[in-house]
Design a protein around this ligand. Structure first.
Ligand SMILES: Cc1cc2nc3c(=O)[nH]c(=O)nc-3n(C[C@H](O)[C@H](O)[C@H](O)COP(=O)(O)O)c2cc1C
Length: 450
């Protein structure tokens, strides 16, 4: 295991400041998704193996939905680019026989990639990776925080899709250990890899009858010898090479050195399989109606309590008493939504949206563990909150790119300490009269491509 640097490196702080700066990304058309790079025949994940139903889990979270033309995955993703891939470490008691598998979301098949260790813990571990090329092509130097947020949303999708029970999530496992457990070459070694997979997080699904949980489900898998290279697939990386190399380097660097901690996954009570099947990000034009205050409070509480390591969440509301609300009361009065619209790459619709939840924290000089943790946890919390909002009949849309969004400084605190990391627009159903629109202070009319 490599040792994580204790404090921010100059490189990382500069990359974070750059991603948060108004500098307009150099973007190019993003390439189509590459063909699935792991060879061999795939097997359907349905089976009779008991405790963990991987067929259901993957259909509700990551599998390309059938009969919905153009929709790539059930989970949300910045720009609908879907950079997240999954590897399944299957022990006894699952719907697939024990072994290591790469998951092909478009065919909904698991490709066997080796045997399981003799001491594999019962149940399954899902290791989530990202490939950076398409997101970097679309978002340039702003891509790498979005890749972390996307991975967080995918973690939430997998954890919510699991049968209720003892599901655990790790957002801080060492990247080398995750790669070894999933049998992946590290990015630096991935000679044959067209678009290397960078492991960021894992979801652990123990079988429900296990009497005593192991505390380190990756250990036995990481001790298996050897890794297998993916089969290179044709396709071009349009992304600017310097920015692509930089995003891969940063995401590798951020995952160095932590011992994995595993937190229980949360599942808001009303969330069902139907919720996960029907979750969508509403079009910006359908998000103008304020959510009912009690429903807003419930979703805000879910976002704020989803992870112990999540940044804090506040809700910006308009109407007669505009302000920034926390779970315990009013943080500041006044309508923050126009400012949020300006900070969110000038997406003007945010200035009049029903309500905007924002996760904030992650100082400018945050160490690598905090940068990784804040973004993954904010994505995770937003994913859980979006599912909860869907179950409550609310409309929602994540908001990922934030520039100069120093919320702490805007509220009168010292600058640089309290930045917006992620957001989730919320709205009620359109059966109420719209409130009068406030004046917009967002300067730029340019909208981020959704
Ligand atoms: C991390 C993240 C950031 C996003 N940022 C934005 C955004 O800034 N503006 C926007 O309109 N949509 C944003 N979205 C929503 C995506 O465009 C949407 O999830 C995608 O088009 C897929 O559609 P679906 O969520 O309905 O499945 C974001 C989604 C995620 C997961």
């Amino acid at each position: 295991m490599t040792q994580a640097p204790p404090a921010a490196s100059g490189l990382l702080s500069r990359a974070l400041a750059d991603a948060r700066s108004p500098r307009v990304p150099h973007t190019v058309p993003y390439p189509p998704e590459r063909a699935f790079p792991w060879g061999g025949p795939g097997v359907h994940p349905a089976g009779v193996g008991g405790g963990v139903d991987l067929d259901r889990l993957l259909r509700l979270s990551l599998a390309t939905p059938q009969g919905t033309a153009g929709r790539l995955r059930p989970v949300a993703s910045a720009g609908a680019l879907h950079p997240v891939r999954a590897h399944l470490l299957v022990g006894p008691g699952c719907s697939l026989p024990p072994g290591r598998y790469a998951y092909d979301p478009r065919a909904h098949r698991a490709h066997p990639r080796g045997r399981a260790p003799a001491d594999a813990p019962p149940g399954a571990v899902v290791v989530l990776t990202v490939t950076a090329a398409r997101t970097v092509a679309h978002y340039g130097h702003r891509a790498w925080p979005l890749l972390l947020l996307d991975a967080g949303h995918a973690v939430a999708a997998v954890a919510l899709a699991a049968a209720p029970g003892d599901v655990r999530v790790s957002l801080d496992a060492d990247g080398e250990e995750l790669a070894a457990a999933a049998g992946l070459p590290r990015a630096a070694e991935g000679k044959g890899q067209a678009d290397p997979e960078l492991p960021l997080a894992a979801v652990w699904l123990p079988t429900t009858h296990e009497p005593a949980l192991s505390t380190a489900p990756l250990t036995a898998w990481a001790a298996l010898p050897g890794t297998v290279e993916p089969v290179p697939q044709p396709g071009a990386d349009n992304a600017p090479p310097r920015e692509l190399a930089s995003a891969r380097h940063l995401l590798t660097y951020l995952t160095a050195g932590s011992d994995a901690t595993w937190h229980p996954a949360v599942r808001p009570v009303p969330v069902t399989a139907h919720t996960l099947r029907t979750r969508r990000s509403a079009p910006a034009s359908d998000l103008a109606h304020p959510p009912a205050p009690d429903l807003l409070a419930q979703v805000l509480a879910t976002a704020g309590s989803a992870r112990p390591d999540s940044p804090a969440w506040v809700a910006a509301v308009g109407g007669d008493t505009p302000g920034l609300l926390t779970a315990t009361g009013l943080l500041a009065s006044g309508d923050a939504r126009p400012t949020l619209a300006h900070w969110a790459a000038g997406q003007r619709w945010i200035g009049t949206t029903g309500a905007v939840l924002v996760a904030h924290g992650c100082p400018a000089d945050a160490p690598p563990t905090l940068i990784r943790g804040s973004h993954l946890a904010a994505g995770y919390a937003a994913g859980v909150a979006q599912a909860h909002a869907t179950a409550l009949g609310l409309r929602s849309r994540p908001i990922g790119s934030w520039q100069q969004a120093d919320l702490g400084a805007a509220l009168g605190d010292a600058p640089g300490h309290d930045w917006i990391v992620h957001g989730l627009a919320l709205a009620g159903p359109a059966d109420l009269p719209l409130p009068a629109p406030p004046s917009l202070s967002g300067k730029s009319g340019k909208e981020e491509r959704p």
